[in-house]
Design a protein around this ligand. Sequence first.
Ligand SMILES: [Zn+2]
Ligand SMILES: [Zn+2]
Length: 387
Amino acid sequence: MPIDATVYRGPHEMQVEEIDDPELQGPNDAILEITTAAICGSDLHMYEGRTTIDEGRVFGHEIMGVIDEVGEGVESFEQGDRVVLPFNVACGFCRNCVDDYTAYCENADSETPGGVYGYAQMGPYQGGQAEKVRVPHVDFNALELPEGEEHEDDYIMLADVFPTGWHACELADLRAGESVVVYGGGPVGLMAAYSAKLKGAGAIYLVDRVESRLELAEEHCDAHTVNFEEEDPTEVIPEIHGGKVDKGVDAVGYQAIDGGRHADDAYDKSRENPSQVVNDLIGTVRPTGKVGVVGVYFSSDPNPPEHVEEPGELDVRFGSLFESALNVGTGQCDVKRYDRRLRNMIEEGRAEPSFLVSHRVGLDEAPEMYERFDEREEGVTKVLLKP
Ligand SMILES: [Zn+2]
Ligand SMILES: [Zn+2]
């Protein structure tokens, strides 16, 4: 029985197509029947043709659903169990997995350590913007959820954006009472600001250009917001705060927009500066502060802006970084390190990350929603697909 899936057919082209029913490939696999999958900001790098992903791949690494079938070696799950999957595909027993670095699993079938469902350079795993998906090592890779449908829109945030936002604060070693600036008000940036609030941060600042995102940050994360099209955050934040802040988060990555570059289209490639956010962090975080970088950077970009001469290499003000003794933590989130505890916060009503969700649509509307999310259309914050 073929299933429907959201398939990449080249830059700016997603199609809903029928693909083969996924099958168990090993005794520790499961097949998940998907109830909710989300489109992620990091999917947009692939969607825009800015990665090496092949045509024909199914996207989607934010996945939850009900177990449909398990391999004979699976011990902790059975048909009918409701789970959410960390976006990392990990084995559970390699050196990195044992040390909690599940985003860097050495047994993921990929060029660099770490596997991700439906993602460039992160192994051959199919994505979950589809009716079903194969889950390798399901005992390790699935997080059990209470039965039923309650908190569905909150629990889907456990696949990536909520733990990744939390991870950004952990990389920055954010402690209660400290001040923090978050660059980027997409889902991960908002989750970083929300995590900062849950962790008891003093002042929270969030920088973006989309008004609806800034409003969410003010309303749900108690953040002071800065629109970088109107003001330079490296000037205005120290001014409002009375000095530089303690900690910082990069939730933007290499396709950052430089507010000083102008073009008709706000997200025109000619406005990009891959080192913009790192340099802005150096300008807003106080000496001896710490910074967490969770926005995505790639070692190569097949389709870079004309003015970027060496894609993958950043023009970072390293001298200023050194003089300020800044600590910088980087990398993808090891979701398993946090997802159980964050689930408990949702279950107890202490966290409600679904405030991000702006759209819930069927799989057939995925291509249109990719287009609208890619344009950073006002109000298109987080799109959930219900296969
Ligand atoms: Zn994601
Ligand atoms: Zn591993």
